[in-house]
Ligand binder design. Structure first.
Ligand SMILES: [Zn+2]
Ligand SMILES: [Zn+2]
Length: 111
């Protein structure tokens, strides 16, 4: 048994592309609009449709690095960009914290 926490972070695709990432925000599943949640096992879940996938299999859409409706909107990222953003988010969340972050980074891996 473990907890899902609402994902709040800046766009990891922008960071991996060397762009200014903008403010930390909530994330929503493009397919259904559901709120995206994160677990300490480096997985993301859509709270509406229930899909669960490891971070590496998600792509990220934001208006800073692409145009909605265009091919460049959804971009991949990499583990170091995720780690940088999640570290900030975990330090701000009472449901996460240092031990959560250590497990998360272990499961996140290198890619
Ligand atoms: Zn972006
Ligand atoms: Zn969904």
């Amino acid at each position: 048994m473990f907890t899902w926490t609402k994902l709040t972070m800046s766009c990891p695709a922008c960071i991996s592309m060397g762009l200014s990432p903008g403010p930390s925000t909530s994330w929503y599943h493009a397919n259904c609009g559901g709120v995206i949640e994160v677990s300490k096992y480096a997985e993301l879940r859509c709270s509406y449709c229930g899909i669960i996938k490891h971070f590496r299999y998600w792509r990220w859409g934001c208006p800073r690095h692409g145009n909605a409706g265009k091919e460049n909107y959804f971009q991949e990222t990499n583990a170091s960009s995720i780690a940088a953003q999640i570290s900030i988010s975990a330090s701000l969340s009472p449901r996460m914290g240092r031990r959560w972050l250590m497990i998360f980074l272990d499961y996140l891996g290198e890619w």
